[in-house]
Design a protein around this ligand. Structure first.
Ligand code: ADP
Ligand code: UDP
Length: 257
């Protein structure tokens, strides 16, 4: 069957050039997602898994329904960031509960972390009790390298190692603060404090920096505004129980499901 005919049969699964958007060769299996090629060299399909890991893969488990929740939450937030804030993202189309068609990027190997309230590694490193509001948002970079344990680095390391140019880094920082401003307000309207989060950026084939990867309870700390209950992956990391319920609560508050 020709691609165009198949396209008609699989409405919504093809791009404007008539390529059928189905998973082809698996390129990568990470801790939380799998990445597949498609027939369009510029597009990938990401498939979100229920697998959960923490402490650089030392703790492993499953969070039932997580893949589907993270996929939908991430796409929902990225779409809003794109529409309302003009932050370009990799999201092209949500194909089903777990799978999304995304723009292929070459990931800039940085974990960009923004913190509004002290928690986790910042609390440990600096002796600031968890829950202490930061006077201004704190931006941190970690070098994305599992073998090295994702060490924290600064602008000078990034430029000296050639991870990004000055211009790219300025774009990354500006987009990251936009993400923080938007997400903090949006989560507040859903009764949630945005404590901190991690995002990743990539370069498209024409050299543009766009937001990639995911924004979900796996990659953010979300606390209920009133009870301060943790509604994120810390429930798994710290064996707090109620992990699935927390992920479902985020889905419900954001998408009303
Ligand atoms: P990890 O690699 O940390 O185990 P995941 O399981 O989430 O993480 O794997 C997804 C991988 O895909 C990550 O390495 C992420 O950087 C990468 N990625 C995310 N979005 C894109 C994209 N649009 N194009 C290419 N790679 C991407
Ligand atoms: N984070 C992430 N992936 C990582 C490390 C951190 O998504 O590999 C997120 C984490 O969920 C939190 C923020 O980044 O929202 C800051 O994490 P922190 O540095 O406190 O690390 P942790 O306490 O998770 O070791």
């Amino acid at each position: 069957m020709k691609a165009a005919d198949l396209c008609r049969k699989t409405a919504g699964y093809c791009n404007e050039k008539g390529y059928v958007m189905e998973k082809r060769e698996q390129l990568y299996e990470g801790k939380a997602k799998k990445v597949y090629k498609t027939d369009d060299p510029e597009l990938y399909i990401v498939s979100y898994k229920d697998d959960a890991t923490a402490f650089n893969g030392l703790k492993k488990g499953t969070i039932e329904g997580k893949g589907s929740i993270n996929n939908r939450v991430s796409n929902f937030l990225m779409k809003k960031l794109e529409e309302k804030e003009g932050v370009p993202t990799h999201v092209v189309k949500e194909l089903n509960d777990r799978e999304t068609l995304v723009k292929k990027v070459s990931i800039v190997p940085l974990e960009v972390i923004i913190r509004n309230i002290a928690a986790g590694s910042l609390s440990k490193r600096l002796g600031i009790p968890e829950g202490t509001p930061m006077k201004t948002p704190v931006l941190e970079y970690c070098y994305k390298d599992d073998a090295l344990g994702d060490p924290m680095i600064n602008d000078y390391h990034i430029l000296a190692m050639g991870i990004a140019t000055r211009e790219e880094l300025d774009t990354i920082a500006a987009y990251s603060f936009k993400v923080n401003d938007f997400l903090r307000d949006y989560m507040k309207s859903a009764g949630i404090d945005l404590v901190d989060f991690k995002i990743e950026f990539g370069r498209t084939s024409d050299g543009k920096i766009i937001l990639a990867d995911e924004i979900s309870p796996d990659t953010c700390r979300f606390w209920d505004i009133n009870t301060h209950e943790k509604l994120d992956k810390d429930r798994f990391r710290r064996d707090l129980g109620g992990v699935e319920d927390a992920y479902n609560e985020i889905l419900k508050r954001l998408l009303g499901e």
